[in-house]
Design a binder for this molecule. Structure first.
Ligand code: TYD
Length: 203
């Protein structure tokens, strides 16, 4: 491939997106593609420090500050990892990206979505995922999967997480070409098959 591909994995905490991203990476490598895996928050290097603050800082964090930390991590991920890999013709798989900020800080925290879109655009330099897969799951099941030890974001409450889910489903309605929704309560094998089908039909 001359220019690579950028695929993002989205959904509630505990939806299984990381497992599915790793399974798709294995499949793609077997097919002969060069694959780079990254994540937000917490891309290798500086991002790991930002992730630690975002998930573990236990003093007050304002909603705007939280948004800017996610966006700062995103800018670093795009500049240092995603863009060079895409320019090298690689397939980049990213665990969470722009849609997380719309779903969590927009729908979840209630910040203005238009502003978030604008800030996302600045953080990404206008780079958009070619394909996004949302792993949809009801909040009760996702919280059971997360278990008792919750990080700062996971502790935000049922209503917050219901709004996040609504946010993802609304995003999928707005961008049907880019965003595909998969039922995250199905078996790992079945979901993996669906993800591969989505990848194939997108290329
Ligand atoms: P993640 O590492 O994907 O957690 P998990 O694997 O448990 O789902 O994401 C960390 C948390 O950060 C998650 O609760 C979602 C949240 N988040 C936002 O609120 N906004 C964002 O822009 C991003 C990228 C993540």
């Amino acid at each position: 491939m001359d220019k690579g591909l950028f695929i993002t994995f989205e959904g509630a905490d505990g939806c299984g997106k990381t497992t599915q991203m790793n399974l798709l990476a294995e499949y793609l490598k077997k097919e002969g593609y060069e694959v780079v895996i990254t994540r937000e928050p917490g891309a290798k290097g500086l991002g790991e420090k930002v992730r630690d603050i975002l998930l573990n800082y236990n003093g007050p964090v304002s909603d705007r500050c939280e948004s800017f930390l996610f966006l700062a991590d995103r800018a670093q991920n795009i500049d240092v990892i995603v863009t060079p890999a895409i320019n090298d013709g690689k397939i980049v798989l990213c665990d969470r990206h722009i849609d997380s900020t719309v779903a969590y800080q927009g729908y979840g925290r209630g910040l203005d979505i238009e502003r978030i879109n604008m800030l996302n655009n600045i953080a990404t330099n206008g780079i958009k995922p070619d394909l996004t897969i949302v792993f949809d799951i009801d909040v009760k099941t996702s919280m059971q999967r997360v278990g008792k030890e919750k990080d700062r974001m996971e502790s935000a409450g049922i209503e917050f997480h219901n709004r996040v889910r609504t946010g993802y489903l609304e995003l999928a309605k707005h961008f049907p070409e880019r965003i595909k929704v998969v039922d995250a309560t199905d078996s790992i094998e079945n979901i993996n098959k669906k993800v591969i089908e989505i990848f194939k039909s997108h290329n």
